[in-house]
Write a protein that binds this ligand. Structure first.
Ligand SMILES: Cc1cc2nc3c(=O)[nH]c(=O)nc-3n(C[C@H](O)[C@H](O)[C@H](O)COP(=O)(O)OP(=O)(O)OC[C@H]3O[C@@H](n4cnc5c(N)ncnc54)[C@H](O)[C@@H]3O)c2cc1C
Length: 273
């Protein structure tokens, strides 16, 4: 089975942590062996912070395919969403346009995080998820998404997402919609060339996390080489820092928000040890 030691920049968009071995299983049998060892799963690394540990990771990059059957689209877990968006433009269909412009995200990651934007989330367009169950080692299918909620799903705890089937609807203006979503994103978020992992904290019910951080004076605040973006306070940016800087930044932010507003901010990014 292919394994490569990759730099944190190759593994995650924020690029913190240590280089790690990454395994690339090419089928379910190889994937099961790695899952049983308890190695964490990595998608495009766009919502992950790596610690300094050297624990190997599992990438489903080789599970990359798109199959269309009638109105359904089945996509392998390792397929980047950018590939699905290009497919949507070619076939003039609507599915994941609300996620357009998120760098490197994959199907496995958007299902696991129940990613969302502009009032829509992944569970709204899902029909089924095929996954390798951690407990039984069997391939199973999930069709009920009642356990999915805001930026949360039963994965990866339940197992590895292997593929997902989405419902599609015809959309003549899909190309224009994708462009609009990318532009909207660029107007609110830090520029694409900065190293970030998207939203650091989930939004509590009372107010957006970015607003709370801003009110605590944390917009642009840095610890060592990691700081909150000037453009959007909930985006942590790596300006050349370490995992330790990130951890300290998070602790300070949580303490301040708790002190000023009595709100305990939940992390949206996944810290992988
Ligand atoms: C600039 C920027 C903007 C962003 N904007 C948004 C946004 O608008 N909305 C939003 O929701 N998110 C946003 N994100 C965060 C991120 O893109 C999403 O959470 C995305 O779903 C992560 O996908 P990924 O493939 O990169 O997964 P990763 O970040 O690699 O992993 C995320 C989690 O999913 C798990 N996982 C990955 N693949 C699998 C699999 N096959 N099976 C089981 N578990 C798996 C990982 O173990 C981890 O727990 C943004 C990120 C960036 C960098």
């Amino acid at each position: 089975m292919e394994v490569k030691v990759l730099s944190p920049e190759r593994i995650t968009t924020i690029g913190l942590g240590s280089p790690r071995p990454v395994y690339f299983p090419k089928n379910v049998k190889e994937l099961l062996k790695l899952l049983l060892k308890g190695y964490p799963i990595i998608g495009g690394g766009s919502n992950v912070i790596l610690s300094e540990s050297k624990t190997p990771l599992i990438s489903l990059k080789k599970f990359s395919y798109i199959k269309q059957e009638g109105d359904n689209l089945t996509v392998g877990a390792g397929t980047p969403i950018s590939r699905v968006l290009r497919f949507q433009v070619k076939r003039k269909i609507s599915i994941l346009e609300f996620l357009a412009g998120i760098p490197r995200a994959t199907i496995g990651g958007i299902v696991a995080q129940n990613a969302g934007a502009f009032g829509r989330e992944v569970k709204d367009v899902l029909i089924s998820v095929k996954y390798l169950d951690r407990q039984s080692g069997e391939l199973k299918e999930l069709k009920n998404f009642s356990l999915f909620s805001y930026r949360s799903s039963p994965f990866p705890e339940l197992g590895a997402v292997v593929e997902a089937t989405f419902k599609t609807t015809p959309d003549t203006f899909i190309k224009e919609k994708i462009e609009r979503f990318v532009n909207l994103r660029l107007s609110k978020q830090p520029p694409f060339y900065l190293k970030t992992a998207g939203s650091t904290f989930k939004n509590p019910e009372t107010a957006p996390a970015g607003k709370l951080l801003d009110l605590c004076g944390l917009r642009g605040f840095r610890v060592g080489g990691v700081g909150f973006s000037e453009k959007h306070a909930n985006f942590a940016v790596n300006y050349g820092g370490t995992f330790n800087d990130f951890s300290k930044l998070i602790d300070i932010a949580r303490e301040k928000v708790l002190y000023h507003f009595g709100i305990s901010l939940p992390l949206e990014v996944k810290v992988i040890d």
